[in-house]
Design a protein around this ligand. Structure first.
Ligand code: BYC
Ligand code: FE
Ligand code: FE
Length: 474
């Protein structure tokens, strides 16, 4: 169905024919806009930004690009087209027709998943709200805002489901999504990573690489859901998500390129020399990888999870690309996973596949994270240096699941609390690392110009030149 832009809330769900729902959402809309003004990007609200907006939901040509002031962005409700005859793809009900309504017995589980998903979207906008003040280029500023408006739209996607399918509870949850705030003492966002500050652009790129990729994997799981409206919403969100990961991957790649250029020029890998030259040394990049990757490991939940088992059995939340798995029911199957044992070492333990769903999703995610890492290592090698970026072990710095009480180094080897404290600054960004990164953050806004710590992108957005005026600051 084409997107209807004539209405206050653009949509392809025939909202105009459901007056009650339309009114409820129109009631929520001004609250969203207030939240955006208050906790969305600081400044720049009156500037024209070269943004893409969805115009249809098919794979080709769904976007149009043009100058838009962020508060005028057409946040709306876009679901991928309904597939005739779609059937349940996993779990006990495998092969039966998917649900167009929420089965009463799964109401609270589904609501919880939708709220958790929805909560991350505005959280990330809140986390990133001050970054415009220190953008390394207009190109990057535009990409930040593109990500921000689309995360705002992802919030709309979940709020639509809450309003349309969960009655009064859903409406209350939709209000609460604007009440919790990232990093708040008394009303924080639900998941850990979304309360971490993102106050400089290295963390922004790490976040869009690692955390938006968790978004990709969670959305892939929800896109398999038997609750068809949820699946269709997530399918379309995934097309937007691809750009967020492009921002992360190319952002980090450009930082590596710039650092390596300087390393070649100065014939040095000495962090002190490189920092003096205004670029980010490789060990510091490794520590930021360690920090954000380990934070994201917790986003997949516990290795052994009855929540995940129940969701899988009931067809509520599947695995990414469920069709690539051999068995979609996993009734009596089991697998072995690593566990800590009493004696302070690792042992293999057998658990049911259903209770290991989170671990299977995490494993698929880690593999996807490796793609960029391999590319960065190739750049380092090509520049003639002997250094390898590594993803830390999934045991490192965990707060959720089997490894939560186990102290390890980034390789996953058990160490004492005393050793961890002593070597902490070797593993994770130290205060002085953070101070250095902050010292690099100077706003660059001349079209085509880049901050000294990051290389120019290979190409612009939508075939526009790199020096296009992506944000009009007049
Ligand atoms: N922090 O049984 P478990 C995105 C809780 S990112 C704090 O393993 P389950 C985006 C958990 O809630 C994608 N708490 O849980 C990216 C549970 O609490 P209760 C977001 C955590 O349900 C960038 C308890 O620990 N989408 O879109 O199997 C920018 C036991 O855990 C954490 C989703 O997450 C944590 N990290 O798995 C913008 C999808 N992890 O119930 C956007 C929806 C776990 O005992 N959510 N807990 O009180 C889910 O599918 C599941 O809730 C989780 C957890 C996978 C997160
Ligand atoms: Fe999102
Ligand atoms: Fe995203």
């Amino acid at each position: 169905m084409m997107i209807n832009y004539q209405e206050r809330i653009p949509n392809n769900v025939d909202l105009g024919n459901d007056r009650r729902l339309q009114r409820a959402l129109e009631h929520w809309q001004p609250r969203f806009l207030e939240w955006w003004q208050e906790l969305g990007p600081e400044g720049f609200q009156a500037n024209d930004v070269y943004l893409r907006t969805a115009t249809s939901v098919d794979a080709k040509g769904w976007a149009t690009f043009g100058a838009v002031k962020m508060p005028d962005y057409r946040w709306g409700i876009f679901l991928a087209d309904q597939q005739e005859g779609r059937t349940i793809g996993f779990g006990d009900e495998f092969g039966k027709p998917v649900w167009q309504q929420v089965p009463g017995e799964y109401r609270s589980i589904l609501r919880r998943l939708i709220v958790t998903q929805g909560d991350t979207e505005p959280a990330s906008v809140e986390q990133q709200r001050l970054l415009g003040q220190t953008c390394p280029s207009l190109f990057d500023l535009r990409n930040l805002f593109q990500v921000n408006v689309e995360e705002g739209r992802h919030l709309w996607a979940m709020v639509y489901l809450l309003h349309a399918y969960f009655g009064r509870d859903g409406r209350e949850e939709a209000e609460d999504l604007l009440m919790r705030h990232s990093g708040s003492e008394d009303n924080p966002r639900i998941l850990g990573t979304f309360n971490e500050p993102i106050s400089e652009w290295l963390s922004f790129f790490m976040f869009t690489y690692f955390t938006d990729r968790d978004g990709k994997y969670q959305l892939k799981c929800l896109a398999e859901s038997s609750f068809d409206p949820l699946a269709r919403t997530c399918q379309f969100m995934l097309t937007e998500e691809a750009h967020h990961m492009y921002v992360g991957e190319t952002g980090i790649t450009r930082i590596f390129k710039r650092t390596l250029e300087k390393m070649v020029e100065l014939k040095s890998d000495d962090p002190v020399i490189l920092r003096k030259a205004g670029v980010i040394d490789l060990p510091t990049l490794q520590r930021y990888v360690n920090y954000w990757f380990s934070s994201c490991m917790d986003l997949f939940g516990a290795e052994i999870s009855s929540n995940a088992a129940i969701s899988f059995a009931n067809g509520i939340k599947g695995r990414p690309d469920e069709r690539v798995f051999e068995d979609h029911v996993e009734r009596d199957t089991s697998l072995e996973i690593e566990m800590p044992d009493e004696a302070g070492s690792v042992r293999m333990g057998e658990i049911t596949v259903r209770s290991a769903i989170n671990e299977q999703v995490r494993t698929a995610y880690i593999k996807d994270c490796m793609v960029g890492v391999t590319r960065w290592n190739r750049l380092i090698k090509k520049a003639g240096f002997d250094f390898t970026i590594e993803l830390p072990s999934s045991r490192f710095r965990r707060q959720i699941g089997l490894w939560a009480d186990v102290i390890t180094d980034p390789k996953g080897a058990f160490i004492s609390a005393e050793e961890y404290e002593r070597r902490r600054d070797e593993f994770l960004p130290s205060d002085s690392d953070r101070a250095f990164i902050h010292s690099l953050m100077q706003q660059v806004i001349e079209p085509g110009k880049m901050a000294g710590w990051i290389a120019a992108p290979d190409r612009g957005i939508n075939n526009m030149p790199v020096d296009y005026e992506y944000v009009n600051l007049k």
